[in-house]
Write a protein that binds this ligand. Structure first.
Ligand code: PXP
Length: 242
């Protein structure tokens, strides 16, 4: 089985929200095109400040997506309520700060063990696959398992943005170690953040990575070649296994 590609379409909504007064480009249309191009999953982050994806988008996506809908969300009462009502295929719990441009780091699972465990339990009871977005750190992997996560999405941002080969190597090793540790504990293991058509190649060496959630690089490429081609190119890479 090839790893799955989850296409994050937040940036389509960002472009629409830049004008606020127009209904395009529509992330719902983007999801349809991405699925037709072979995406295995559509990922969206409903942020508390609604800076890109809107409640209307999420509702329509829930009704129209034919593959899997993965909702990235902060662990807040409001978001948990929305997830339990909409019941997406999966929910990825992420830390969220209003001032950040994008999700900056992984969850501190040790620090928020109790409330994360409570949310994980609610999600599982509702039949939603619950994943924790964490830095590549063994303690966070173990804490995620303890808190009842079914999957961990390992934050690949530092690897992807490494400024030297040494830094890239050490970040890669950290991801590899975390994925292996997660697998041993029975967790599903995913990767996301900052992944593009180049830095993906090395990640593909990690056998146990089952899913990649990729947004910015695909939407950026779509500006030049169209969304369908941009998604297809990423799928070809994933299936070539580097
Ligand atoms: N996975 C998670 C948990 C994220 O928060 C994001 C960014 O929204 C992504 C994947 C996609 O990151 P990028 O847009 O850098 O590909």
């Amino acid at each position: 089985m090839y790893p799955r590609l989850g296409v994050n379409i937040d940036h389509v909504a960002t472009l629409r929200q830049a004008r606020k007064t127009v209904p395009y480009p529509d992330p719902v249309q983007a999801a349809f095109i991405a699925e037709q191009a072979g995406a295995d999953q559509i990922t969206v982050h409903l942020r508390e400040d609604r800076r890109h994806i809107q409640d209307r988008d999420l509702k329509l996506l829930r009704e129209t997506i034919q593959t899997r809908l993965n909702l990235e969300m902060a662990n807040t009462q409001d978001m948990v309520k929305i997830a339990l009502y909409l019941k997406p295929f999966g929910a990825t719990l992420v830390p969220e700060k209003r001032e950040e441009i994008t999700t900056e780091g992984g969850l501190d699972v040790m620090r928020h063990q109790e409330s994360l465990a409570r949310t994980a339990n609610l999600m599982k009871e509702a039949g939603i696959r619950v994943s924790f977005f964490i830095d590549p750190d063994l303690d966070q992997v173990r804490a995620s398992h303890k808190a009842g996560a079914e999957a961990v999405e390992v934050h690949t941002g530092k690897y992807c943005e490494a400024k030297s080969l040494d830094e890239e190597d050490s970040e890669f090793q950290a991801i590899l170690g975390s994925v292996r540790a997660g697998k041993k504990l029975g967790l599903k293991t995913y990767a996301g953040h900052g992944i593009n058509y180049h830095n993906l190649k090395r990640l593909l060496q990690i056998e146990d990575l089952e899913e990649y959630n990729i947004g910015h690089s695909i939407i950026a490429r779509a500006v030049f070649v169209g969304l369908e081609a941009a998604v297809r190119e990423m799928i070809v890479l994933i299936r070539s296994k580097g």
